[in-house]
Design a protein around this ligand. Structure first.
Ligand code: ZN
Length: 218
């Protein structure tokens, strides 16, 4: 797994095992499955709410229109190299707990303690469902699937794979269904949602469900 922009967690593991495989006419199912698995790329939160281009409430530095164009070109190039592209979309209800406006007397960037003892940074309202802030800016037709997260008003969700309450998104199922193994992760923001997604992607790669799925189909 590779997290573009800033390496998170390294890329040792399944990728190295892949490189060690040597073609042989009596390959085991497991080895053949490992060889058949596909590379994937998850583009994280390329949405209006996080970009300067769309004057997002959580706009990150360096995210003008040119950034979006470069991200789209990178996605196209990876797709043309054989990577299967998937998107991830922050998709909040208006009463989401991460919005400062939903906590009396609180402001964005304040930190609160949740009822289950976690700390939560409060944000300005962003990526509210069916608003321009939530729209994925890259050509949506590039993606095999766009997985949404953050719908549960009780929990924030930085990882593409699960929310802070532990509820899994559809990401892993989508990857398994497409026999995806190694992953490249990029998008917004590197130190937050890209990082959380990359760490969970590493767990996904190490579990090897994609290999099991391929074996079962044989
Ligand atoms: Zn959010």
């Amino acid at each position: 797994m590779l997290a573009v922009g800033r390496m998170v967690g390294g890329c040792e593991g399944s990728g190295r095992r892949f490189m060690e495989i040597r073609p042989h006419k009596t390959l085991s199912n497991a080895r053949r499955a490992a060889m058949e698995r596909k590379n994937g790329v998850i583009v994280v939160d390329l949405q209006g709410g996080f970009t300067q281009w769309k004057h997002g409430s959580l706009a990150l530095p360096g995210t003008g229109e040119e950034y979006e164009r470069r991200a789209e070109r990178a996605t196209i190039r990876l797709r043309d190299m054989g990577f299967l592209p998937f998107g991830r979309q922050d998709w909040h209800p208006v009463d989401h707990m991460s919005f400062a406006a939903n906590h009396a007397g609180k402001n964005p960037m304040n930190v609160i303690l949740t009822v289950d003892g976690r700390t939560q940074v409060l944000w300005p309202a962003h990526c509210v469902q069916d608003t321009e802030s939530a729209r994925v800016l890259i050509d949506n037709n590039l993606f095999l699937a766009i997985v949404r997260k953050g719908q549960d008003p009780r929990f924030d969700s930085y990882s593409a794979f699960r929310d802070d309450g532990g509820e899994e998104t559809e990401m892993e199922n989508v990857l398994v269904a497409n026999d995806v193994g190694p992953l490249v992760i990029f998008g917004l923001a590197t130190d937050c949602c890209v990082k959380a997604t990359a760490l969970d992607a590493r767990l996904y790669e190490s579990r090897g469900r994609h290999c099991k799925n391929a074996v079962q189909r044989n």
